[in-house]
Design a protein around this ligand. Structure first.
Ligand code: SF4
Ligand code: SF4
Length: 153
């Protein structure tokens, strides 16, 4: 794991509030027993991957295959197709997120997002990661290369 050279910095409160509002507006959650899930949604960019990009216009965020929101749309049931511009944005965002971040959708060496300094709401299953170079929605049991111990008890 690369050494973290970026010192903890100040949370962007405005951006954080926008993501919290997005979570509420879309009812973003773990799918649990619901047979639907992001991985089976029309807007999930990479079917078969554990995490991918949601290109729904209201979201445009990284999501996991076992998450779900109220905008779920069955694959093939929508005439909406990803435009070239949306494809370019998705690829750009995705490349920025995957390069060097060592994403995992399960804890690593006792480290997970819910115990990380940058996880906004430690009591939630999905929350916003405010790390300045990430700024994404992540799962409580996910982890990346930028993990730092939370200062909360
Ligand atoms: S629209 Fe909702 S259910 Fe579909 S991939 Fe995006 S976050 Fe998941
Ligand atoms: S994605 Fe990385 S930096 Fe963000 S909360 Fe999870 S472990 Fe921490």
């Amino acid at each position: 794991m690369p050494e973290n050279t970026s010192a903890p910095t100040v949370k962007d409160e405005e951006l954080t509030l926008e993501f919290v509002q997005l979570e509420e507006d879309t009812n973003l959650r773990v799918s649990g027993d619901d047979p639907k899930g992001c991985g089976a949604c029309h807007f999930y960019s990479d079917a078969g991957a554990d995490i991918s990009y949601c290109w729904n216009g209201q979201l445009g965020i990284m999501v996991a295959s076992d998450w779900l929101c109220d905008n779920w749309t069955e694959m093939g049931s929508s005439s909406l197709a990803m435009s070239d511009a949306q494809q370019a944005i998705a690829e750009k965002k995705w490349l920025r997120l995957v390069e060097g971040n060592e994403w995992r959708t399960e804890p690593r060496d006792g480290q997970q997002c819910s115990a990380c300094l940058y996880f906004n709401s430690p009591d939630k299953a999905i929350s916003y990661c405010w790390h300045p170079s990430l700024q994404v929605e992540v799962g409580h049991d996910h982890v990346c290369a930028h993990w730092e111990q939370s200062t909360e008890a």
